[in-house]
Design a protein around this ligand. Sequence first.
Ligand code: SAH
Length: 210
Amino acid sequence: MTSERTRARLIRRIQQQGIQHTAVLERIRQVPRHLFVDEAIASRAYEDSALPIGNSQTISQPYIVARMTEALLATGPVEQVLEIGTGSGYQTAILAPLVRRVYTIERIAPLLRQARQRFQQLRLKNIRTRHDDGTRGWPDYAPFDGILLTAAPGGIPTGLLAQLRTGGRMILPVGSPEQQTLICLTRTAEGYDQQMLESVRFVPMLTGII
Ligand code: SAH
């Protein structure tokens, strides 16, 4: 289930869907995704699909994690990244060694606790975590070079855009639970440019903490 062959098959699949960034593909090959899901479904960890992680949330599909990471890094090195929706911590773990530091916020305490344990286990030291409602961002460390949302707001979160430096990119799903688009916003001096990436299905971004 965790064999080289199984992981190689996943990488081939993701490449066939258009992912080219070598370092991103290498991270997907290296990170043991089976540690990010319950043992009961660990045998499915290297399928290219979203899987349940408890509390009605899901670990993102590897292809989408690769796509978002590739889009974030497309214009060159990125230092400080804010991630909203730590979930299992899988997207965070893929990204962390590719940037200087990841600041990640999760609103559900038990999920964050487990994610922290995984970061320790994998010796990922450049991740700062916070139990909070991420819609407010993390003003103490702003501005960020990049912001990733792994839960979908109904519209463009302009408050978060204000925490992006000019030239920085925000990759996020937006829309209703039934219909969402993955978009890339680049902050400009006047406002932002918007690029549509593809149709996606994420859990909704919610307010408050539990
Ligand atoms: N990247 C994660 C995806 C988890 S699903 C992974 O690969 O595991 C999205 C996560 O966003 C859920 O854990 C959900 O609780 C969280 N979330 C939703 N709204 C949020 C908010 N306002 N602030 C912080 N986290 C939020």
